[in-house]
Design a binder for this molecule. Sequence first.
Ligand SMILES: Nc1ncnc2c1ncn2[C@@H]1O[C@H](COP(=O)(O)OP(=O)(O)OP(=O)(O)O)[C@@H](O)[C@H]1O
Length: 776
Amino acid sequence: MTSQGDLADGGGELVRQVLDGEFVSESKTVTTQGKSPLKIKAAVRSVVDLDVMIRVRSVITYRARNVPRDVVRLLWFLTRGSGRWIAKGWRWASYSDLRADARAARLSGDVQARRTAQELIRSDAKARWAKLGIFLRRVLVGAAAVTTLLVLLALMDAVLDRSAMPGWLRAVYSIRDALTAAVSAVLPWFPSLAVAGVVVAAVWEGRDRTPGAGWLTRPDRHDSDSWVDERMITRALAHLGIAPLNSFLKGGGELVYTVAARKDGDGTQAQIRLPLGVTAEMVSDRRKVLAANLGRASLETWPTTGEEDGLLDLWIADKGTLSGGAGDWPLLRDGTVDVFEGVPFGLTQRGLVVNAPLIGSNWLIGGRPGQGKTNLLRVLMVGAALDPTAELWVFVMGESPDFDPLAPRLSRYRMGMDDSVAADAVGALEDLLSEMERRGRALGEQSGRPPKVSRRLADNPRLGLHPIVLSIDECHELFQHPKHGKRAEELAVKLIKRGRKYGIVVLLATQSPTKDSIPKEITRNVACGVAFAVADHIANDGLLGSGKYRSGVRATELRMHTDRGTCVAVGVTHNSFELVRTFYLPFEDGIDEVTPVIARAMSDVASPRLTAGPAPKEVEATPVDHLHDIRSVIEGESRVRTQTVLARLVALNPDEYEPWTARDLRAALVGLGIRPRKSDGAMVVRFEDVADAIARRSHDDAGCGTSVDGRGETGSQGSFPAPSLDPLPSAEQRKRLSGRQTGPLVSGPATGRVPGSGGLVGGSLPTEGEAGPHDD
Ligand SMILES: Nc1ncnc2c1ncn2[C@@H]1O[C@H](COP(=O)(O)OP(=O)(O)OP(=O)(O)O)[C@@H](O)[C@H]1O
């Protein structure tokens, strides 16, 4: 850089210095003068120095220009600070806050609250005087101790020569002398320092507490898209136009953050105790303004009611994170599912994968047309299909091929608008209800009477307690059906209320979640409610539960089309709600990501009966011969402890004997005519008794006709304990005549029921005649 026209003195007249030059970038300097490093350094330094100088000069000029304004501001802070001190002092001395509480309690007629406030005033006054007493006593004791020490030191100093004193005493005197010198030096300044200190403290007290320091909200911060802190939240709340909140903040009040603003997944969470006269609902009602104040879209701002009405739970998404999709479904390429653990179905607002709880939960999914309900239902069903033990039934009450690729894995599948589909759906509900009762009995027969179906019980094919998931898409068509609607409603309510424990899950999806289209008892009893964009608070509360809209859990904020695939879900986690971006499994426009997953599911399925394929040839199951098994595990020993017998039986045939307890074994032995005996304090089975039972049985088989326990023929008692229905679904699954049909067809009656027979042929559950070998 060059300078021209240096200071010119034109005949004694000062002429303004003119700088004429060009800023040269460092790189340019290097290339043009690149040969000498020293020269480069000097040139760079001069550019940097000039830069710093310009900045410093501009700051000084700015501050100098603002001096009058700053002085006025500081004076105002001083006055306000003094005022705040006086107010605090007055509050402290007169207990005005507690008196205000007592007054409010008196006005509201709350005798107890008033008494409590008065007692608080009395006990506070007592404690205050007690504290003052303690403080004064401590000051007096301290002063007496210091005075005594100083007097003693002075006396000793008078009688003793310092050079004769021990070293530590001389050090004490040096400290005393230094302190005395410091105090005498400061003393003349003390009044001015004290006044300055008080003024600074008063200015600090009266400082502007409007939250949100400029540097925090600077748009060029690298994290400005995600940064939210308490001061920004308070500032946003201060500008909502809620009168009591405004006056609280203007009066110098500070909001209490019961949970300080903290990073929570893809956003920030905070919990705030609101001041008197303000409820969280008042804040939720101004959600749009709050979002604008925080620089967010309203979908990114979630003010909801906490555990109390005065507690505001606030979750603010990082800018733009919710507009991205959820990404690929985690099970798209590999993996299986345990429906007892749930099916991954989306990402929460915190960016975590959320598992849909299926067992023990029924679902109601709703929203305006085209927002992603069917896709969600499909994701849940495809997920359930990856559990090799799950049996799936789907009814689509409209003409739509959305579930066609699942057909091979569905035990029952009907789709269409005609009456036979509704009739079949009702038939399915009826079957599930009887199945539920059977399962209740089967559970009751288990040792320990387990209250609900567990994974262990579901895995035992003999019990027939495997999970059954029934989906009904566009379910309002079924419930509003002129002929079958009432019955469907009645059955669905019963199933939803009681089926949870028995591994039977009902998933319902609808465009129209009104009280006329979905029975109230259903909306009240489903555990998981999911709302995609909905039109109003009635639809919102119909899906998510009453009072949700008021408490700020609002799917009305979801925008049609823009927020397609995003839903508000309740009951899926322990949080009061989740904003979920659902995974998308396309089956449209020539893209089919469902079929490969179903092909994978088909290769893992536990029994061909859980699929839509042709019935496997029934292999005549031979009943397990318990007597024979018992003999084989004790062969060669005269007696074996019953516990050991049980362990050996489990090792021999885990499928059969794993569910057995000692009680079951004892019952089986008694049934076989063998009495367990006591030997050395333990129950044992004697080989001799088993051999006798076998001999007796051979004798009976030879035609003598008396059973070992005297109860008649024993042939049907081969298995223990016996379920009342065949555990796995029947092969006769897919008999459909009308409606759109997408699976392999087997001719049969339209409704899936044989008139007059009462048995099922169109469903997976067996007819009476089909009852398995375990049925009595
Ligand atoms: N999770 C998602 N991510 C991205 N797009 C989605 C998602 N879910 C659905 N969509 C889009 O929305 C469209 C409609 O989805 P879907 O058929 O599931 O909606 P719907 O609510 O069931 O509609 P209708 O009420 O008409 O049956 C899909 O074709 C797809 O393009």
